[in-house]
Design a protein around this ligand. Structure first.
Ligand SMILES: [Zn+2]
Length: 332
């Protein structure tokens, strides 16, 4: 049990210096420049629209749209397609960062998280000496809608399992399960690209969407084959991308889960649905920190249990430093 928890880093991290990207927005097709900067302890991930001078925290209560991608907004400023970047930062163990951009979309790059991972890894990850607050699942939470089911189970680590089912001969039923740590994320998940179907893409274009979409940033399939000349990066690239999207969307909780997410036929809207179920069931989780102990390895310490505090608050929607003062401190 403690072996798994050891794989979750106990301390908060940021980047040692800023990194820059440029690319185009998937839907607008317009160029966008993005800079990821180091940030203080307990900042979390925040977007900043330099053109509108507006900050948008990467938190679930800022989600305004989940139709094609996840879109966040604060007042009149929005940022969309946040999921691949947030997955990359989660996969690399970056807790605190300021993401500045001059347009309304995170650049689509090649449709995966690999370019973000490659560029962010050029700079050192900087430990910040303060414990991370982790959301530990203590009882099962389930979200259901139609054919979709997402279960969140107690587990001594962070694991994601996705299953997809498409009535298409190239995809059909695919399932993938991964322990979310930097090594496995980089190797197995980061480079899986978003995908689309030729007939859908024609409809999107007609509606002024996916204007920046091309074979350079998505896997496109017609009825029988992959249209990209280079083919697939993995035979099950489709389901691996679903894992990527799920990790990126769940980052909007503002802290990492200790638990196992098992999703079947899920999309961005369902991921938000699961997060709302988490908020609605504070008796099923608690906040913990991991602390190093010389003889016994890594120990879990409960920093606040909403169950004990009377289920009154949605602690991950308030700044972390006010949660630390919650009355129910208990060692374990
Ligand atoms: Zn995606």
């Amino acid at each position: 049990m403690k072996g798994f928890l050891k794989k979750i880093h106990p301390h908060q991290h940021t980047l040692s210096r800023e990194v820059s990207f440029s690319g185009i927005g998937l839907h607008s097709g317009l160029p966008v420049s993005m800079v990821i900067k180091p940030a203080e302890v307990d900042t979390g991930i925040r977007f900043f629209r330099t053109d509108l001078q507006e900050e948008i925290p990467a938190l679930m209560d800022r989600v305004v749209d989940t139709t094609m991608a996840t879109t966040l907004a604060e007042r009149n400023a929005s940022v969309s397609t946040t999921e691949h970047l947030l997955a990359a930062l989660t996969g690399l163990g970056i807790d605190n960062a300021l993401v500045e951009l001059d347009g309304s979309e995170v650049p689509i790059m090649d449709g995966s998280a690999a370019p973000f991972v490659q560029i962010v890894r050029r700079v050192e990850r900087k430990p910040q000496g303060v414990c991370r607050k982790l959301l530990k699942i203590t009882r099962e939470i389930t979200f259901r809608a139609g054919d979709t089911e997402i279960r969140l189970l107690p587990y001594d680590g962070y694991k994601v399992t996705c299953e997809i089912d498409f009535d298409h001969q190239l995809i059909k039923n695919q399932k993938y399960s991964v322990e979310v740590n930097s090594k496995r994320f980089i190797k197995e998940i980061a480079s899986a690209r978003t995908f689309g179907f030729m007939d859908q893409i024609e409809k999107l274009r007609a509606n002024g969407l996916a204007l920046g979409g091309s074979l350079a940033n998505a896997v496109v399939v017609d009825r029988t084959r992959v249209l990209n000349v280079e083919g697939l990066r993995f035979s099950d690239e489709f389901v691996r991308h679903k894992v990527l999207d799920l990790i990126g969307d769940l980052a909007l909780l503002g802290c990492q889960i200790i638990g196992h997410v098992v999703a079947r036929r899920s999309g961005h809207g369902h991921h938000l649905g699961l997060m709302k179920e988490i908020v609605a069931h504070p008796e099923c989780w608690e906040f913990v920190t991991l602390e190093k102990h010389e003889e016994e390895g890594v120990l879990t310490r409960v920093v606040s249990s909403t169950r004990e505090a009377g289920n009154m608050i949605l602690p991950f929607l308030v700044p972390a430093n006010s949660v630390a003062t919650a009355p129910s401190l208990r060692g374990s």
